[in-house]
Design a protein around this ligand. Sequence first.
Ligand code: 5GP
Length: 179
Amino acid sequence: MDSIEVAGLQFVKFIDQKQISLIVDRLAEDIKKQYYNSRPIVVIILKGSIHFASQLLLESELDAELVFIKISSYDGLNSTGKINIELDITQSIENRDVLIIEDIVDTGTTLYQYKMTLVDRRPKSVKICTLLMKPSKLQYPLEVSFCGLEIADKFVIGYGLDYNEQGRNLADIYQLKEE
Ligand code: 5GP
């Protein structure tokens, strides 16, 4: 379906499964090269990154330790500007390579603030891999080492991304329809 209704809003298909797979294949190659002689701690941000992280890690066959965290800064369609860490890493990351996997970077608030809390714990490196990014919205000097696709400033759902907890399990990514 090219057009769907989710929680009362209209969305149109934007990135289909095939395109997503191509993007993930490329990122998997890049990550494999980056960590060929390391065993990174991979930090997966719940819930939006789950399909992306799962496909990416299977593709890359990365020898990694997986950690799940839960942080949020979004309420409905908008960023609140503050992060709320609901679930965090409990083990030591000192001297370890850390790779954060995120679904989408918008203002950068979530990852900029969260990355700071990791840097304080003296890891060897902290890198970010995101499926999508909205460069026109970025408000922080956030270095993103691996980015799947840069998109315009429009709200998207599907492939893990939700609108008020709906639409996460759509296999394609949809964009909010212009009025
Ligand atoms: P930031 O802190 O960079 O402004 O926002 C990042 C978080 O906001 C993402 O992890 C995601 O949860 C949410 N977010 C930002 N843009 C979108 C979007 O277009 N669609 C959805 N579903 N979530 C978004």
